[in-house]
Structure formats: C-alpha cells, structure tokens
Design a protein around this ligand. Structure first.
Ligand SMILES: Cc1cc2nc3c(=O)[nH]c(=O)nc-3n(C[C@H](O)[C@H](O)[C@H](O)COP(=O)(O)OP(=O)(O)OC[C@H]3O[C@@H](n4cnc5c(N)ncnc54)[C@H](O)[C@@H]3O)c2cc1C
Length: 408
C-alpha cells in the first residue's frame, strides 16, 4: 500500500501513528512545504519569548520519521489527480493508493497587507518567528492585528521581550470567538494592567509605508503609529488542491466519520477538514491542535484498513496569558449561569441546553475544569447542581458525583 500525506504538521503526525498501528509494511510519503520536521505551533510564542529553546518545539523525537519509515519530501504539492497521482511544484509525480490532505490553513489578511513590506510578519510558522526575532527590540511599537488566542500569545511574547504591543481587532473585546463580553473584558483589563494596549472595535483599512510600514490606518480615518506589524487574524483552510480535484468543500473539506472525503481513498484531517461536531452533529471546521491529531489518527487507521470513527469535535481551549488562566469548552458564548469575583478576580460560567451542560468558561481558578469538560462531552444533565459547578473552588469528589447522571 502506498500512503501519501500532504502536510507535515500535527494532523500528519496523527495519521502516521494511525497507519503504523495497523500497517507496518506499507510505504508512507509525507510532502511538506515547511523545511522543519514536525514542531508545535502553540509553542512558537514561548520560543519567541525565549522561554524554550528550538529543541523544545518538537513534540516528537528527531528519529520519529526514521522509526516509522517515512519518506519526507520538502516541497509543495500543486495538483491532485483523484485517480492516484500528486504533482509537486518541482514537476515530480508521486503515485498513491490512499491520500491524506493535512494542509491546514493560510493566515487571513496576510497576503493583502504584507506584500512588499519588510516589517510585516505573520504568526503561524517557525519561519515567521525567526523573522520577528531578527527585528524585535526593547521599546519598539508593535501592532498585533487580531485579538484571538494567537494574537494574544504574540502580544504576551512581545511583553516578555520588553516591546510595546498594541492589539487591534474589529471585535469589541479580546478572544471574542470563545469568550462572552464579561470574560473578554476581564482579559482585556488584565492585559492592560500589564502594559498591553488595545484598539478594539476598529477595522483596519490599510498599512501605510513601503518598504517599512509606519502606520496602521483604520476605516474611521484614525491611525496607529508602529515600527512593526504582526498579523494574527485567523486562518482560512487551504482548499485549492481539494477544489481542483473536484472534492466536496464548504468552509473546509467535507469528511465523513472516517475522515474520508467525497472521493474514495482520499482523506482530510485537521484545520482543513470540516468534520462532525460532537454536540450538534453539524459539520464544522474547528481549528485546534488535539482535534487535528485525533482526526489525523482516525484517518490513518481507516487508510490502513481498520474501521475507526471520529468521535466528533468539541472546541476546548486552555491558555495562560501573563499569569491569567483561561479555559473554555463547547458552546461557551451562549447565555448561561455565571459567578464573578473581584479579589482575586475569577469568572465561571456554564451554559445549558435543555438542562444538559453544553459550555464552560473559567477564568482563574481552573482546577477540575477537565471534569466539567468531560461532563460536556458526555452530555450530563445537571439536576440542581448548577451552583456547585459555579463555585470558585471545586471539590473533585462532588464533581465526579455529577458524572453519574450522564446520558448518551
Ligand atoms: C501561535 C499559535 C498558537 C496556537 N495555540 C493553540 C493552542 O494553544 N491550542 C490549540 O489547540 N491550538 C492552537 N493553535 C492551532 C494549532 O496549531 C492548529 O490547530 C494545528 O497546527 C493544525 O494542524 P494541521 O496539521 O491541521 O495544520 P497546520 O499546522 O496548519 O499544518 C499544515 C501544514 O501543511 C503544509 N502545506 C499546506 N499546503 C501544502 C502543499 N500544497 N504542499 C505541501 N505542504 C503543504 C503547511 O505548510 C503546513 O506545514 C495555535 C496556532 C498558532 C499559530
């Protein structure tokens, strides 16, 4: 069996592990247009801040590919013929029996804003971080476009480097994709108290200055002076290869519960895949790392002939920003029951759907939140135990009692 995987990141790693669980003999080829072997994107901000060294970025040992007998080709796949051939930019043709598209996403706004500018950088790859390291110095003013998790991790790293970050976003509060206004404003207050500036509810219209940008200009005509710009405004799935091959796509590549696309023997996983969501069953792109690995592994096992079903995506985020712990799960922005405290600050919210716990926000005091996440996953009905789940300090024994009422 000839397996080909396009993309060399975490979904690809999951697939190699899934394939090798059931097939020790087949040939595996990974085509990756990043020169580095697999490294963890969530760690690049810690590398930028100097908290870990380059070796600390790699979740798998250097001999991972050798041990799994994987041939790695550095290059870009530019065409996929569904009858079994991938063509690289170099012209090389790679035949396959089973193919996985693990091609992730491309940063939004980057192509439009960065072209021809020396001091505009993305925040997605190790190469981006190496470019930032060459330019960043104490005191420089950095506009970070995007107040999502990636933009805030960039701002945190800049804070540690003694630069002066200002985070810019169209949304009225940070982390608007996972937090409600109460939680978002708490995060904003905390980061402002540490010197991170914000310009929220502001739409970027252009960057002024070539080859070096000097200003971010907003739709309302105002501007922000800066010495450098980091673009961290989210990603859009890389759909060109799938579209060119006639594979069904919507926001991402549509896959079934085996991660197989509309073309048999062609699979997709990770940030590019639109897979079933755990709570609603709807198909959605949920771009987070553990799900990319799980989807890749599910795809790999199926590619190797072992029937495995993806259990469905549940968005779980856990992040620490300048000593503030933040955790969210499921339908976290819906209306819910909440508790807020000031001294020390904490926020806890649970959301319910027909009495079944469906979402969570916890800011500071996040102990035992894994158990609540497990309840969401198992769709536990909360019988008058709401106040227990809102207490700042949770008792794990009580919590485990709640799990006994699991349905499904
Ligand atoms: C700074 C940062 C922090 C993050 N923090 C978190 C976090 O705390 N928690 C969390 O869950 N998630 C986090 N994420 C998201 C997480 O990293 C992604 O969900 C995950 O990397 C997706 O993995 P993937 O394998 O699907 O795709 P990607 O990691 O995007 O990798 C896709 C790979 O495919 C390659 N490729 C694309 N097209 C081609 C082609 N045509 N030919 C060859 N190769 C190609 C790309 O170059 C890339 O190397 C973070 C992301 C970033 C950038």
């Amino acid at each position: 069996m000839r397996y080909v995987i396009i993309g060399g990141s975490i979904a690809s790693v999951g697939a190699i592990e899934g394939i090798r669980k059931f097939d020790r003999e087949g040939s595996i080829t990974v085509i990756s247009n990043e020169p580095d072997p697999y490294y963890s994107r969530p760690l690049i901000s810690y590398y930028l801040a100097g908290k870990i060294d380059r070796a600390g970025l790699y979740y798998r040992k250097p001999e991972f590919y050798q041990r799994n007998r994987v041939r790695v080709i550095t290059g870009k796949a530019c065409n996929l013929a569904p009858d079994g051939v991938v063509t690289l930019e170099s012209g090389e043709k790679i035949p396959f029996d089973r193919l996985l598209l693990a091609v992730g996403g491309t940063p939004l706004l980057y192509d439009r804003l960065a072209a021809g500018r020396d001091n505009v950088v993305g925040f997605y790859t190790l190469e981006d971080v190496e470019r930032i390291r060459l330019q960043v110095q104490p005191g420089i003013r950095v506009a970070v476009i995007g107040a999502g998790l990636v933009g805030l991790k960039a701002a945190e790293a800049l804070y540690y480097l003694k630069a002066r970050p200002t985070v810019v976003d169209l949304a009225p509060h940070p982390l608007s994709g996972i937090l409600d206004p109460v939680g978002g404003e708490m995060v904003e207050r905390h980061l402002r108290s540490r010197g991170v500036e914000f310009k929220l509810g502001m739409e970027v219209s252009s960057l002024e200055g070539t080859p070096r940008v000097k200003q971010v200009v907003f739709q309302d005509g105002s501007h922000l002076d800066c010495d450098m710009v980091i673009i961290a405004a989210g990603v859009r799935p890389n759909l060109a290869l799938a579209a060119g091959a006639g594979i069904d796509i919507e926001q991402g590549i549509l896959v079934d519960e085996h991660q197989e696309t509309s073309i048999p023997s062609v699979y997709a996983a990770g940030d590019v895949a639109q897979a079933g969501e755990l709570l609603t069953g709807d198909k959605k792109v949920v771009p987070i790392l553990p799900l990319a690995w799980e989807q890749g592994r599910t795809a790999g096992m199926n590619m190797a002939g072992h029937e495995a079903e993806y259990r469905g995506s549940l968005a779980v985020n856990s992040v620490n920003l300048l000593d503030m712990s933040i955790m969210t799960a499921g339908d976290s922005r819906a209306e819910g029951l909440s508790a807020v405290g000031d001294n020390p600050p904490f926020y806890r919210k649970i959301t319910l759907h027909d009495g079944i716990i469906s979402g969570l926000i916890a800011i500071n005091q996040v102990d035992n939140m894994g158990i609540i996440t497990a309840m969401i996953r198992k769709r536990v009905r909360i019988h008058g135990q709401e106040s227990l789940l809102l207490q700042p300090r949770l008792n794990g024994v009580d919590l485990r009692g709640c799990l006994q009422t699991a349905i499904n």
